[in-house]
Write a protein that binds this ligand. Structure first.
Ligand code: NAD
Ligand code: UFG
Length: 338
């Protein structure tokens, strides 16, 4: 089986490539290097002990993508490539719609032209919006999203559903990720955000290593056990393994499948701070700040459907997520080398 991985040098893509290659899948990566370093390619190769094909190409470049499909025999696609910063998407909506939605349209068109009709798409729990109550199940209404990034995910889900309705030779799997954190056990691969991290775990690890003074906890007056926001953190390697099951699913039957990838367990911001302090033996100074616009109190997954239909469940707990994030940060204080 040969899988084209778009955005395969990014945080989730790189971990997924390692697991795919270790499972014997032939991997071809396309990435425009917009939000990753080329050295992540070398790290993947070092971990799996073999070479694989990388195309440095933008997914909006139809000619470039055509050439990849002509040169390689692609059975299915895992589509990670996209922009993902919620705040930035409010500032730059056109760039987000162009990259995420237009990029996906170009990819789907090229796939169809080459008779490749199997795709696994990186969606997000953000599509559940503000009004659903956790645990979130796949049949809940989606679309009440509050920012352009979330809208791109919702729009792409709609496009893929319409595509399947128009032609049920397609096999499409929408994976709604909860909050991926953690890193590869080796400490050689992990999350490498540009500038000031938006997300909780990279912010905590940068405070721990002395790059940032203190964490700001965005609000402690939510209706949760300690007042801080509750999320479903999932180890990136568990998430990567979920993609193997999803790709097997689209390889084995046609259909439109939707799965949450989460652990089903919610931790508050302060729970994560405590778990990280225990795992690292470093104290994390923090202050309580205002709520962040658009944040909700609680968001965690129902895990039943992914387990029943894919036989997948997350195995790694919060301690391991914290230990692995910290190992990556200490071994690579400045992220991937240039
Ligand atoms: P990432 O930024 O680390 O990886 C994305 C990769 O795609 C990068 O290597 C980037 O260079 C590449 N890319 C972006 N635009 C491209 C284009 N037009 N052509 C080719 N390559 C392009 O992000 P990630 O955290 O690994 O996320 C992967 C996917 O999962 C994204 O679609 C993201 O929206 C989605 N997702 C992420 C999270 C999260 O918290 N990390 C949560 C839910 C969903
Ligand atoms: N938080 C802080 N301080 C920080 C960063 C975050 O207190 O410096 C809090 C947030 O308020 C929230 C929790 O930590 O309660 C998690 O925040 P993240 O930014 O790490 O994650 P979000 O749940 O806000 O967002 C993530 C992804 C989005 C995705 C969303 C829904 O970043 O892309 O999950 O799945 F859309």
């Amino acid at each position: 089986m040969s899988v084209l991985v778009t955005g395969g040098l990014g945080y989730i893509g790189s971990h997924t490539c390692v697991e795919l290659i270790n499972a014997g899948v032939d991997v071809v990566v396309v990435d425009n290097l917009y939000n990753c370093k080329k050295s992540s390619y070398d790290r993947i190769k070092a971990l799996v002990g073999r070479d694989f094909k990388l195309y440095i190409c933008d997914i909006r470049d139809k000619q470039g993508l055509n050439q990849i499909f002509e040169e390689e025999k692609i059975d299915s696609v895992i589509h990670f490539a996209g922009l993902k910063a919620v705040g930035e998407s409010v500032e730059k909506p056109l760039e987000y719609f162009d990259n995420n939605v237009n990029g996906t349209l170009v990819l789907l068109d090229v796939m169809r032209n080459h008779g490749c009709k199997k795709i696994v798409f990186s969606s997000s729990a953000t599509v559940y919006g503000l009004n659903n109550v956790s645990p979130l199940t796949e049949d809940m209404e989606v679309g009440g999203v509050t920012n352009p990034y979330g809208r791109t995910k919702y729009m792409i889900e709609c496009i893929l559903k319409d595509l399947y309705t128009s032609d049920n030779e397609w096999s499409i799997c929408l994976l709604r990720y909860f909050n991926p954190i953690g890193a590869h056990k080796s400490g050689t691969m992990g999350e490498d955000p540009n500038g000031i991290p938006n997300n909780l775990m990279p912010y905590i690890t940068q405070v721990a290593i002395g790059k940032r003074e203190q964490l700001t906890v965005y609000g402690n007056d939510y209706d949760t056990h300690d007042g801080t926001g509750v999320r479903d953190y999932i180890h990136v390697v568990d998430l990567a393994l979920g993609h193997i099951k999803a790709v097997e699913k689209v390889e084995s039957e046609n259909g439109l499948f939707i799965y949450n990838l989460g652990t089903g367990i919610g931790y508050s911001v302060l729970d994560v701070v405590k778990a990280f302090e225990k795992a690292s033996n470093v104290t994390i100074p923090y202050k309580i700040g205002a709520r962040r616009a658009g944040d909700i109190a609680t968001c965690y997954s129902s895990t039943k459907k992914a387990f029943d239909e894919l036989g997948w469940k997350a195995e790694r707990g919060i301690e391991e997520m914290c230990e692995d994030s910290w190992r990556w940060q200490t071994q690579n204080p400045n992220g991937y080398p240039d």
